[in-house]
Every structure is written in C-alpha cells, then in structure tokens.
Design a protein around this ligand. Structure first.
Ligand code: ASP
Length: 611
C-alpha cells in the first residue's frame, strides 16, 4: 500500500498511530542534525521530522524539491504548532522512507506566491497545476459542474453527447475545420455550439437535454477568450420564454448555494435590451451599483428623439455639446471634491485609445449647493444646476459628461461608469447580482455586406407579435444610411441573456420550429434557397416531421467559474488553456504537419514555405 492517509488528513486524534504517506517534497529545512520536510499532495501539507538516526540514510539518498517521497512514521504532537494549516498540530516522526521518483529543480517555486511568470507557468502547466491557487480553481470548477448536473438531473434533463466532427456552416464566428482523409478535398468543422443538434433532439422527443460541452470558435481572441471553451448547453420542449427563465435562474441559484453557500432569495431582476442600453449604455450592465447614464441630449433609442434635456445644453455656444449627436452624463456619488489632478487624470483616461474620447466635461456639485465646472464660460450656475439635476446628481456628486458620436459616446460613458464603480469600490467581489436582459433585436445591420445578420443566431424566433413584420416586409435594405428606418430593425426576438455582475454568463432563445418561418429567416439573412438547403437542409427537413415548440440557453461555464472564483480571467479555471494568441505553449500547438500527413489528406499548402 503506497499510503494509509493523505497529506491533508492527520489531526491531533491521530497522535500515536503509525502511518504511511506519499507526496511531493515542498520544502527541506535542516536544523543541525534534524531535518524538516513539508510533504505535499492534492489534499494538503504534512510536516515530516527526520531525526538524527536517519542522517546516514539521508546522506546516501539525498532529495530535494518535488521529489516523490514515501514515508512511514509515527504521528506526533508538534512542539511549535502551525494554526494556518489543518495538519498544523502534528508532525510525522519518520522511521523509514523511500524515494519513489526524482525531480529536477522546477523552473519556478510551487508555492502560492510563485516566482514564475505567466509564460513559464503555461509552458510547465503540469507544475503550475500543483499550486494551491490553481488547484482551488479546478476544485471550484468541478463543484460548479457537479451542481449544474445535479440540478438538471433532478429536473429530468438528460445528458446526450453530440458530435464534434460536423458540417461547416459559418454564421457568426469562423469554424475550425478538420480535413477528412477518407474524403479527400472535404472537411468537417468543429461545432461552435451544439445548437442544431439540440434542436434535432427536441424533434426526436428528448424534451429536456443538457451537455457540459466543448465549443470551438476561430475568433480573434479578444481579451480573455479561448478558441475552445465549455458551455452548459440546455434545451427544452413545450416551453415558453417564462418557463426557461424560471428553470435556469433556478439552476444558477442552486449553483450559488452549492458552491458558495449563498442563498440568492431575491427575485432575479429583468430589463429589456433597449432599457439596458438607455440606462447603462451596455447590454450586460453591472447592477451592483447605480450611477445610471443620463441622456442630456440623445438620438439613441429606435426612432430616436432628442430628450427633454436637450434644451438645457443646446445653443449655449459650447460647440462640443451643441454639435454632438449625443451627450451622456453620470453622477458619481461623493466625488465633488475631486482635485484638478484627479479630473485631469480622468480626462486622460477617457482619451486613451481604448476609450477614444476627445475630452471630459465635469461639474462639481459641492455639498454647500454651489457648482463649479469645466464649462463655466458657457453655462451659468442656474443652468449648471439644471444639468446636474438632469444627470441625477445631488450635492456632493461629481457629474462627468461625455459628448460625441452616438455609439462611441455610449460605449465610453458605459466604460467610464464601470471604471468609477471600480474606483469607488462599488463592484464588490463577493456580491452577486443577476439580471435577465430580454427582448433583443432579432437582426443586426452588417454594414460591410449591407444586409441583416442574426443578432443571436438564425434559429431564434421573433416575438410572436413581430412575426408579421418579418413576413410582410422585404428584407432588402434600399438605403444603407437609413437602415434604422427599415421595419426589420424594429423586430424583437424572444431571446434573453443572463448577466452576472456585468458579465454575460448565458444566452438563449425560443426557437423557430416551422419550416416556412425558418426559410423566411434564412432569406432575410440574404441566403438563397439553394444555400439554405445546402447548409441547413437537415434542419428544414426535420421541421416537417412534427417539431415541437422549443427553446433553450447555453451558459459560459468557464466564465461562470471565473466570476464565482473572483477572477477576471477564465484561463485560471481551465486545466490546460491556450494563451492570448490561441497557442498551447506547453504542447507548442498549433504546429506544422509533415508532408506524408499532408499527402494523405490530399492537401497542398499555399506558398509551400510551411517548413
Ligand atoms: N447555442 C447558443 C450559443 O452558443 C445558445 C443558445 O441559443 O442556446 O450562443
């Protein structure tokens, strides 16, 4: 038997027993003729004491960090206890030991505060995984996985695997493709999600499906994305939107309880996409704090109109406001005493290329009721007061105002709001606030191709009340610059996102389940009939054999884990992640393949310089 106990198991009550442990050498500390070793395994650390009588054996069999050691000895009470670890009351008086394997010196220390940089830890990920911090993340991931499965199982969901080698139908992100040796010149694609399969399973009658499943998207890796990531993918039949929302807020609450022991008893708040954009400038608002956007003059909102506040700021001779398409403000609580240095720094912040604004206007609404602003020249105090009031400010607040083109200003103000929330400590790591964002537009306008694209995916159903707008109108966009006036831009989808602390953690929709409407959808997206049949004939065909009404949702499992673990990065929660350029630096993948393999696959590389 290699071990009788783990390195995290022994306590006071074991004192006097003889045990065998096995694990890795974390540290070696010599004090004269005795040696202390910290032995580590997945479960913890136990201190070993090698007395004088073992000195000879130690000299003959020296070992160092990360050696794999087996020891037999007596559990004894420690003279100096370590209250920081569960095994801190005891140590093992070693009677005999065996070196099970050697280790070269690790490239970084396997400790909580490691000296290893990111790249090095990625290259030696199997060593990084020995560290507590990473191990805790994987444990949390497993706990989330288990909780989700338990909940779904309790609710009659069935885990059904779907294939990874499928057909390429790019719409949305790019596909990863896999050449087929047996079918030269032909390729499989890796699924961006099991979307069509789960819908087919509904047609087959498996009315509650789920899968914790890998998805593959060949996207440019924006911050914190992975080319392969995991979803908790779900689908249900005979449901309306309300049933889905209810089922899956239940799942998230269950996970909160199981993983974080949080009783999320509050009702999950809901907002529409339009309202979220209006109030937060963002379709995944962080509602842990207020500081909502005030539209001082805005054309945003479908069918856009200037708000009543427009008259406050227009025509004062301040060109930045007078000529702007949009002027948006936030009232930052308790910051009226910001110094010049602080407001200058904020101005620099909004000018950064990622934010891209020309400048920042501020009004300090002092606690004594007086006002001071960077635009005193153009607005008298009474006007400033009215503007501050329109921004929702009270004495003591700092009003920050951005102006410019609609979309950029909205994005920038949304970012500024998040930044101020962060600076004021309003985005608390251990506070969790869920929000459903609903009623997304069905279509988005793609300027490059002057056509409509599906905002969620092409299988999403319009709201029943909007189906006729889709049927009755021609999708062709005659005047690109007036696409907002096209009836299609008003069609809302039965689609919903679940947002947690400003992150989209899940998204789904009620699906189209009639062939005619699905065909109409493909046509609206600019697909010819042949193209639709070529790409999605299987689904259109299936819809003719009694497809039930259905809908579903998929959660970003990696992201959910990262948020619950209080981290910004999903990489920390994936055992073997890729780096920001999509490379696995440990495997050194992707890599070239040899000519023999290429020949077998009937593939010739362009340029021939692949070596
Ligand atoms: N398959 C969708 C996605 O990956 C989610 C869904 O609609 O269920 O975003």
């Amino acid at each position: 038997m290699y071990r009788t106990h783990t390195c995290g198991e022994l306590r006071k009550e074991h004192i006097g027993t003889t045990v065998t442990l096995a694990g890795w050498v974390q540290t070696v500390r010599k004090f004269g003729s005795i040696t202390f070793i910290d032995l580590r395994d997945r479960y913890g650390i136990t201190q070993l004491l090698f007395g004088e009588e073992l000195n000879k054996a130690l000299t003959e069999n020296p070992f160092g960090r990360e050696f794999v050691l087996q020891v037999k000895g007596l559990v004894s009470e420690r003279t100096s206890k370590n209250p920081n670890i569960p095994t801190g009351d005891i140590e093992i008086k070693v009677e005999s030991f065996t070196i099970l394997n050697k280790s070269v010196t690790p490239p970084f220390t396997i400790q909580d505060d490691t000296d290893g940089g990111d790249d090095l830890r990625m290259k030696f990920r199997y060593l990084d995984l020995r560290r507590n911090a990473v191990k805790r993340n994987l444990e949390l991931r497993y706990a989330v996985n288990r909780a989700a499965r338990n909940y779904l199982h309790e609710h009659q969901f069935m885990d059904i695997e779907t294939p990874f080698l499928i057909k390429s139908t790019p719409e949305g992100a790019r596909d990863f493709v896999v050449p087929s040796r047996m079918n030269p010149g032909q390729f499989y694609a890796l699924p961006q999600s099991p979307q069509t399969f789960k819908q087919l399973l509904m047609v087959s009658g498996y009315d509650r499906y789920y899968q914790v499943v890998k998805c593959f998207r060949d996207e440019d890796l924006r911050a914190d994305r992975q080319p392969e990531f995991t979803q908790i993918d779900c689908e249900m039949s005979f449901v309306e939107q309300e049933d889905i929302l209810h089922m899956f807020e239940g799942m998230i609450k269950y996970i909160f309880k199981a993983v974080k022991n949080i009783d999320y008893t509050e009702k999950v708040e809901r907002t529409t996409w339009e309202q979220a954009m209006w109030e937060y400038g963002n379709d995944k608002p962080d509602i842990r704090f207020g500081m909502k956007l005030a539209n001082l003059k805005s054309a945003f909102q479908r069918g856009g109109k200037i708000t009543a506040h427009g008259e406050l700021i227009n025509g004062a001779g301040f060109g930045v406001f007078d000529n702007a398409e949009s002027v948006l403000a936030i009232a930052v609580p308790g910051c009226s005493e910001y110094t010049r240095k602080q407001t200058d720094e904020l101005t620099e912040w909004v000018k950064r290329p990622q934010i891209g604004m020309q400048g920042l206007v501020f009004i300090k609404y002092n606690t004594d009721g007086t006002l001071k602003s960077s635009v005193d020249k153009f607005y008298n105090e009474e006007k400033l007061k009215a503007i501050a009031a329109a921004a929702g400010a009270v004495p003591g607040d700092l009003v920050l105002i951005l102006a410019g083109r609609e979309e950029r200003t909205r994005k920038a103000t949304s970012e500024l709001r998040l930044e101020m929330g962060r600076r004021l400590g309003l985005r608390k790591e251990n506070e969790f606030r869920l929000l459903w964002v609903m009623d997304f537009p069905l279509f988005e306008y793609a300027e490059e191709d002057n056509r409509w694209v599906a905002r969620h995916h092409p299988f999403t159903s319009p709201k029943p009340s909007d189906i006729s707008i889709m049927i009755d109108n021609n999708p062709v966009i005659e005047h690109a610059e007036k696409y907002l006036e096209h009836p299609y831009s008003n069609i809302k989808a039965n689609a919903y996102d679940m947002v947690l602390n400003g992150n989209e953690i899940g998204g789904g929709s009620i699906r189209i389940y009639q062939r005619e409407l699905q065909e109409k959808m493909f046509a609206a997206l600019g697909m010819s009939q042949e193209e639709a049949l070529h790409k999605f004939g299987f689904l259109l065909g299936a819809f003719e054999y009694g497809a039930p009404p259905h809908g579903g949702i998929a959660f970003g499992f990696d992201r959910l884990c990262a948020i619950l673990g209080g981290s910004e990065s999903i990489r920390d929660f994936i055992a073997f992640p890729k780096n920001n350029s999509g490379r696995d630096v440990m495997l050194d993948a992707p890599s070239t393949i040899d000519d023999k393999q290429l020949d077998e696959l009937a593939i010739a590389l362009k340029g021939g310089d692949h070596e």
